[in-house]
Design a binder for this molecule. Structure first.
Ligand code: GDP
Length: 461
């Protein structure tokens, strides 16, 4: 399909050695040629694909030289969008890169909408929808593990799995058709029922397996919201600082990565924690002290993980006990801090209170016990097989929702088969399963959904 030629700044706004303006579409090369003055008057259109050329951009209206540039020429279909792509590398800085963008827009390119390059790659059949979403995840990845998920998904690992499942369903559906068209063959019907039951069970298990990874996948993608609670002066701020210092937030070197949101995340052995800030700590502190347990429970409810800090060199108080009450049933690690000071706390009582939680002793002042704490955090979320490298994680909420719908539909198929419902009725639920799975990779997705998804991208991607 032919679309108009789009252009955008593809590097982050701000200071940098170089910046890139990218064009994609039928006119990409001719638009660049109207501006480009290369050595010996060479034309970009005459150059072989995937080559880069030094020269200047000249404003045709004024005849003035605007920029010194390197221009890459990439002819479709072996490009990201499958269209002709030109990348103009110019000096970094907002002024020069904007000037280049204005020049190409004046020559007839249209400013790309957010995510439009990736959308074209999808529309031109270069990647499927789950891969396109992976590009977005990659840009936003907050930890190396999250990045690995996105990379796997971009390579099409999830798509491949989904395609295989859909193929299995299609085979059963074909069988059902035969069955309906040739009702005189009784043995075909019997076989269809049996096959339907077997396949439905298999597909249900596969979908369940995928959904099991989603909890971890979501955490890796979105971070684990973590509350540090405890009485005043037990060492909450110190803990926050140590975690933040020792675990530098991952900054990717992928072009287009925005760095602003990363600061609030710390990456503990591959688990991204979204820590409640110091203000949040003060808030929970006040709440525990003044408003009481009920309210603090409300605040704590929003956290996926709670770090409950106690003071080794102080006796347990009513407030400490109230905190234990408040975190009942929640994922909690109890930290007994200040072990460098003389013991005052009743450790037996602490062990009793913490019997459903992990317990770690630390001296944050002397940097002792921090390793054990990190180990405890990591092992809470990566147990057993889940950490295995070849697992396909599902981390995208849209995918999770669709998988849940597919699971429901396939369970309806099983109920139908078990209660001897006529096969052409059961077929309806099986077809629905097939459709829900299809939506994950973008078969049969509604156009407005596509627009919505792609508009979430960074501009220039
Ligand atoms: P918060 O009020 O719970 O945030 O506690 P802070 O982190 O502000 O710590 C209160 C005081 O305890 C500070 O003076 C810290 O330096 C000190 N502190 C924190 N951890 C330790 C520790 O392990 N041992 C000792 N001796 N002092 C600590």
């Amino acid at each position: 399909m032919d679309y108009d030629t789009i252009a955008a700044i593809s590097t982050p706004m701000g200071e940098g050695a170089i910046a890139i303006v990218r064009l994609s579409g039928e006119e990409a090369i001719s638009i660049a040629d109207q501006l480009f003055r290369g050595i010996g008057g060479k034309k970009l259109a005459d150059q072989s694909s995937h080559t880069i050329h030094y020269g200047h951009l000249v404003d045709p209206a004024s005849g003035q030289t605007a920029e010194e540039v390197m221009v890459s020429v990439m002819k479709g279909p072996k490009t990201f969008t499958k269209e002709d792509v030109v990348e103009i590398n110019c000096h970094g800085g907002i002024v020069s890169v904007n000037r280049v963008l204005q020049l190409v827009l004046k020559q007839g390119a249209r400013l790309a909408e957010p995510g439009e390059f990736t959308k074209r790659a999808f529309l031109n059949g270069r990647i499927d929808l789950s891969q396109a979403e992976a590009v977005m995840d990659l840009i936003r990845a907050k930890s190396d593990k999250a990045m690995n998920i996105a990379l796997g998904q971009m390579e099409g690992r999830l798509s491949k799995l989904i395609r295989r499942l859909r193929q299995e369903i299609l085979e059963v559906l074909a069988h059902v058709e035969v069955n309906i068209d040739y009702p005189e063959y009784d043995d075909v019907e019997e076989m269809t029922h049996k096959m339907m039951e077997e396949k439905a069970r298999f597909i249900r298990e596969e979908i369940k397996k995928l959904l099991q990874t989603s909890q971890q996948g979501k955490i890796l993608r979105e971070g684990l919201s973590t509350a540090i609670v405890g009485r005043p002066n037990v060492g909450k701020s110190s803990l926050l600082n140590i975690l933040a210092q020792e675990n530098k937030a991952i900054v990717t070197d992928i072009p287009g990565t925005t760095r602003d949101v990363i600061e609030e995340y710390v990456n503990v052995r591959g688990v991204p924690l979204r820590l409640l800030d110091t203000a949040g700590i003060r808030e929970t502190e006040d709440i525990v002290e003044q408003i009481g347990v009920e309210r603090s429970r409300q605040v704590l409810k929003q956290a996926d993980l709670i770090l409950l800090v106690l003071n080794y060199s102080d006796q347990l108080t009513k407030e400490d006990e109230a905190l234990f009450e408040a975190v009942k049933g929640m994922e909690t690690i109890v930290i007994v801090n200040k072990t460098d000071l003389p013991q005052q706390i009743d450790l037996e009582r602490v062990k009793e209170l913490a019997k459903n939680h992990k317990l770690v002793t630390t001296s944050l002042l002397e940097d002792r016990g921090v390793d054990e704490l990190e180990e405890a955090i990591a092992s809470l979320f990566f147990t057993g097989s889940i950490e295995a490298k070849d697992v396909t994680y599902v981390s995208n909420s849209r995918h999770i929702a669709l998988l849940n719908q597919a699971l429901k539909a396939i369970e309806d198929v099983m109920i139908g088969v078990e209660s001897d419902t006529p096969i052409d009725i059961v077929q309806i639920d099986l077809t629905r399963t097939w459709e829900f799975l299809g939506e994950i990779i973008g078969d049969s997705v509604h156009e407005s959904l596509i627009d919505q998804l792609f508009s979430q991208f960074c501009l220039g991607k």
